[in-house]
Design a protein around this ligand. Structure first.
Ligand code: BGC
Length: 773
């Protein structure tokens, strides 16, 4: 008799364990089978705070203050919550916590555009390995990065977060970024998928774009990142493509991403709730972020009323569970909250120095025999480490140009430093007194460049050895840049450059310009005033030290432009369909301005002719071409060889350092397809490689691989990638305009790769035609 209750207890325990299995890597099916509908819906919707709704407790297992979001735990089944935080220039969390004396600063690394300027996947992996260590050690599971939208137009407010106007460079950079972060056993979220190329009305804008342009330009980089980086997560963007929200677009989230590219991870929405949760879940968007109760309710109701198949819910839940078992939160990783910020700052400095682009150098850099520096520009003291919005990192400090130059041994003109210091302090005081303070999206308002009288500059030219002028720009999430006073210099900046150039040249001295900017600006009208122009972009918290390293020659810059610097803004064909005057309403919300061109919808009339694909094909002159960048040494290219492989070719070339200092060279491989079938750009980047640091006289042979699939164009009529037979000109170049060696590849038999027929246009789109010059 005594044994009966024991047996019953054992039985009920066993039954309970069956009904309440605890999540392990190898029992996902069992856990899925044990979940209630409410629990399943809960797992598909993020949520910031713990809450109990309909008997299910969800929320954070542990919180990381300042993290952008999370996934909810289902405690009954041992499913932990996980933590998601921004990216991409470093981890974004709160630097302080209530009642805790410890700080939680993260390293402000170079922005995406500067990383891409390195054209160095190994360097990017090294930077993101350090960044990923901070993600891991601060208890975060996924970094919401990299940002990798194409620089369709110079004025997109978030271009600084993104890599390039070219999909190959963007995709390779993103894949390297993902590998570096994920090597730390934490995840990434490549974003914003896809065609999220403007900030104006970013939640609603309908990008109307052809299937060819999508596949060749706006999706190609994601395809490369997915296949070569294997990110844990993909973030669907806010906007629409051809009349459908990306987060509800099955052809985008399932057919191409999973069926064609083989993606296995989860898709989460960007941070906004759209009403069509059921359609999102059906289309393959697994996780709604940041998540709210309505979305849980909609999923539950959808299954109950039959509008959402439970099979689609289960499919998404399974993917969520597969994601969760990989996370540090699931593995109960004991994070230290103490990453080595000092070591990471050193990585940030080295990467920034190597990656920055030397645009002009008329025998002035590296600086020799210079002691006294007249440092101009408010930005010199108010240095821009990175952009604003979610891409802003809470770093412990930002080195400014004054401290960096003094650290490098220069003496700065004290009157000028004092003047700029007071100007900045005054602006801060005015901000404190008025309501024009910090804005989450825009940061602190930038200080308008103060004018300096020409007479004062003449005196400064007499008492200093050189002038360094810093031109600053900042931008970020939520707004695009303007053409006037942003892409174009302001009147005060123009006058400053003119007067400093005149005064210093009259005194037999030089002027160096440092462009501490986040996106492309106009350079053609003033570049000849400067003896040197250095482009460090927004180089992170150590960026000013890196600028000093380059100015002094401690580092030989080897960066190249990841986009074109046009002569005029309107030269970009996309400018005809871009909201550049900034007088239009931002974030209008659906219904308020349903038909405003470039606000509610944007016609991608330029098709595939984005960036250099247009300029080189149409023969339109530029200020600085794609792929351009100077070095303190020179390189020669020799022995170009093309060898056919089973599925394409390898291209080798020998690069020799013919100058007098050590340096690295990026070799860009452009391919010109035969004129057969589809219209094609004059050339397209198909591979690139960078030498190690070569000593003077030293050579290195670089090998690059290209597959036939990579040289194919997308034929909408056939729903296929097609590489026609014929002779492909292969050019080894130092920029798109500076070809150093050539060879040919002959494709004997045409090849094609069939795809699905996707991305139907909702309205007719008239693309421009461009014929090769
Ligand atoms: C941004 C994303 C970011 C998310 C979370 C959104 O507004 O577009 O890039 O990851 O917020 O902060």
């Amino acid at each position: 008799m005594k044994t009966i209750p024991l047996t019953l207890a054992a039985l009920s325990c066993a039954l309970l364990a069956q009904a309440q299995p605890q999540l392990r890597e190898d029992n996902i099916d069992q856990v899925l089978a044990a979940m209630t509908l409410q629990e399943k819906a809960t797992l598909l919707v993020g949520g910031a705070r713990a809450a109990t709704v309909n008997g299910v407790t969800s929320g954070m297992a542990h919180q990381v203050p300042g993290a952008a979001g999370n996934t909810r735990p289902v405690e009954r089944l041992g499913i932990p919550g996980t933590v998601l935080a921004d990216g991409p220039a470093g981890l974004r969390i709160s630097p302080t916590r209530e009642g805790v004396s410890q700080t939680f600063y993260c390293t402000g690394f170079p922005v995406g555009t500067l990383l891409a300027s390195s054209w160095d996947t190994a360097l990017v992996e090294e930077v993101t390995a350090a960044m990923g260590n901070e993600v891991h050690e601060y208890g975060v599971d996924v970094l919401l990065a990299p940002g990798m939208n194409i620089h369709r137009n110079p004025l997109c407010g978030r271009n600084f977060e993104y890599f390039s106007e070219d999909p190959l460079l963007s995709g390779k950079m993103a894949a390297a970024y993902v590998r570096g972060i994920q090597g730390n056993d934490v995840g990434t979220s490549i974003k914003h998928y896809a065609a999220n190329n403007q900030e104006t009305n970013r939640n609603e804008n309908d990008a109307r774009v052809s299937e060819r342009a999508l596949r060749e330009i706006y999706l190609k980089n994601f395809e490369i990142a997915v296949k070569e980086g294997r990110p844990w997560t993909v973030m669907s963007s806010y906007n629409q493509i051809n009349g459908e929200y990306t987060q509800q677009k099955k052809d985008l989230l399932t057919t191409i991403l999973r069926d064609e590219w083989g993606y296995k991870g989860i898709v989460m929405t960007d941070w906004g709730n759209k009403a069509g949760t059921v359609k999102s879940a059906w289309s393959g968007n697994d996780l709604m972020e940041p998540g709210n109760q309505n979305e849980i309710d909609r999923i539950v109701a959808g299954v109950q009323d039959g509008s959402l198949d439970i099979k689609d819910v289960d499919r998404n839940v399974r993917r969520m569970l597969e994601y969760i078992v990989k996370t540090p939160s699931f593995k109960k990783y004991k994070f230290s909250n103490k990453p080595d910020l000092k070591a990471h700052a050193a990585v940030a400095r080295r990467a920034a120095g190597e990656a920055m682009v030397l645009l002009r150098n008329e025998g002035v850099l590296p600086l020799k025999g210079v002691k006294n520096v007249a440092l101009y520009g408010a930005t010199a003291l108010d240095f821009v480490a990175g952009g604003t919005g979610s891409g802003d990192v809470n770093k412990a400090y930002v080195v400014n140009m004054k401290d960096a130059l003094e650290g490098a041994g220069f003496t700065l003109d004290a009157t000028l430093v004092d003047f700029y210091r007071k100007t900045i302090d005054q602006a801060a005081a005015v901000r404190a007194l008025t309501s024009t303070g910090y804005d989450w999206f825009r940061g602190n308002p930038r200080i308008a460049e103060p004018a300096i009288p020409a007479a004062a500059i003449r005196i400064e030219a007499d008492r200093n050895d050189i002038a360094i002028v810093v031109i600053g720009r900042n931008a970020g999430e939520g707004a695009d840049r303007r053409m006037m006073d942003d892409f174009e210099l302001t009147a005060v900046e123009r006058e400053l450059l003119q007067n400093v150039s005149t005064a210093f040249h009259a005194a037999g001295k030089k002027m160096v310009v440092v462009l501490n900017i986040g996106g492309v600006i106009e350079t053609n009208s003033w570049k000849y005033l400067a003896d040197a122009i250095l482009l460090p972009w927004s180089p992170g918290q150590e960026g000013a030290n890196a600028v000093a390293d380059v100015l002094t020659g401690k580092v030989n810059p080897s960066g190249k432009l990841p986009m074109t610097f046009p002569v005029n803004f309107m030269d970009h064909p996309s400018s005809a369909n871009f909201p550049f005057d900034n007088t239009r309403t931002q974030n209008t919300g659906r219904g308020q301005q349903r038909n405003a061109k470039d606000v509610d919808y944007t016609n991608y009339e330029e098709g595939i002719y984005v960036g250099y694909r247009y300029f080189s094909t149409a023969g339109v002159g530029v200020s600085y071409p794609f792929g351009y960048g100077l070095s303190y040494t020179k390189f020669s290219y020799a022995k170009p060889v093309i060898k056919a492989t089973a599925d394409g070719f390898t291209a080798t070339v020998t690069v020799t350092n013919t100058g007098s200092v050590a340096g690295k060279e990026v070799v860009e491989l452009y391919v010109t397809a035969p004129e057969a079938g589809l219209p094609k750009p004059a050339c397209e980047l198909k591979a690139f490689a960078k030498t190690r640091e070569l000593k003077p006289g030293e050579s290195q042979t670089l090998t690059m691989s290209v597959r036939n699939y990579d040289i194919a164009s997308f034929n909408e009529a056939d729903s296929a990638w097609e590489a026609p037979a014929g002779v492909y000109a292969v050019r080894f170049a130092s920029s798109v305009e500076d070809v150093r060696a050539s060879a040919v590849y002959t494709l004997k038999k045409a090849q094609s790769w069939k795809t699905n027929d996707l991305f139907e246009l909702n309205v007719p789109l008239k693309e421009i035609t461009v014929s090769r010059k």
